[in-house]
Design a protein. Structure first.
Length: 62
């Protein structure tokens, strides 16, 4: 299940694939906090992968 508090920082579309990007600094977060975010990101990706995008997904807006 996706955590209600998890927010994706960036999605990068490269050719026909989407990548979830999380940026981190060397300070300010402990390893437990980072591990929790990693688990949330994995859960988000697993659930997002089950969704069928709309037909116009990825097309430029006019």
């Amino acid at each position: 299940m996706i955590s209600k508090n998890y927010e994706v920082e960036f999605l990068a579309k490269i050719v026909n694939k989407l990548y979830l990007v999380e940026t981190k600094t060397n300070r300010g977060e402990d390893s437990q906090s980072i591990a929790t975010k990693v688990k949330a990101a994995v859960a988000w990706c697993e659930q997002a992968s089950t969704v069928t995008p709309p037909d116009n997904y990825g097309l430029p807006k006019r």
